[in-house]
Design a protein around this ligand. Structure first.
Ligand code: MLT
Length: 263
């Protein structure tokens, strides 16, 4: 379904009832990332997903913009679908960075946090330089070149041979992103705040979920988040890389359903 937000028009999924569960996708992906979750988990929650600006079926929005702007888009999405009660926010990677920004800006609207394949820290100087190089690649050669550059590290090594169809579909999802979306998101991630001080301020239940074979964000980052958030649980999924919810949907969904049930 298409939905008009204040800044852009997007595509959304809104299924089920009960506790609202907002999914925020990673980079350079779309809400299609959550395909194995939105239907499957709609027995446990009202599953909500939308395309961030410039990704999937959303309108491109020329940058620069910030992760705070994306957090505001999340709030606008919830307002538009009339979700007023606190939601469980589940962000993967860049979606996790947005989840931290959302928590800082709208903490009264957060019932719980699921931090998937993400990290609290900001970019290192090398990481920031890498963002600029990737943005130049996107401008010069398009989204397909960015997809090709990132694809070899998105999954656990084993997934490339065990699930080649999944790898191909994911490449298509990445290559379908707009250059405005890619360049805007790279700038927003490059300039994002360090969320490490936020960890100690998190007072809602939190689940940290990470692939044991994540090649982009090491498991140690998940362990640091768990250690920094009072009472947080850590689920480490075997045979899963950065896109753990696609690689191990049954394990991911049961960790999420269990977390929601105990809220
Ligand atoms: C993502 O998967 O969202 C990004 O790769 C995260 C990042 O580049 O920091």
């Amino acid at each position: 379904m298409r939905l008009k937000l204040p800044v852009y028009t997007t595509q959304i999924d809104d299924l089920g009832s009960r506790t609202p569960l907002l999914f925020i996708h990673g980079f350079p992906l779309s809400r299609a990332l959550w395909e194995p979750q939105v239907i499957e988990l709609s027995d446990s929650a009202r599953t909500l997903a939308f395309d961030l600006r410039g990704f999937g079926g959303a309108d491109p929005v020329p940058g620069p913009w910030s992760l705070d702007d994306l957090a505001d888009d999340c709030r606008a999405f919830l307002d538009a679908v009339r979700v007023t009660q606190p939601v469980v926010v589940c962000g993967l990677s860049m979606g996790g960075y947005v989840a931290f920004a959302f928590y800082r800006r709208y903490r009264a609207r957060v019932a719980g946090l699921i931090l998937a394949a993400t990290r609290a820290g900001a970019d290192s100087p090398e990481g920031r330089a890498g963002r600029d190089k990737m943005a130049a690649l996107a401008r010069e050669q398009g989204a397909g070149a960015v997809a090709d550059a990132m694809l070899p590290r998105m999954f656990a090594p084993r997934t490339y041979t065990a699930q080649p169809g999944l790898v191909e579909r994911t490449r298509a999802m990445m290559a379908g992103s707009s250059v405005d979306g890619i360049v805007g998101a790279l700038g927003a991630m490059r300039d994002r705040a360090d969320s490490t001080p936020t960890l100690a301020e998190i007072t809602v239940p939190a689940l940290v979920v990470h692939g044991a074979d994540d090649q982009l964000i090491p498991v140690s980052e998940a362990e640091k988040m768990q250690a920094g958030i009072a009472g947080a649980r850590l689920a480490l999924l075997p045979d899963a890389g950065h896109l753990l919810n696609l690689e191990q949907p049954a394990l991911f969904n049961s960790a999420v359903a269990d977390f929601i049930m105990k809220l």
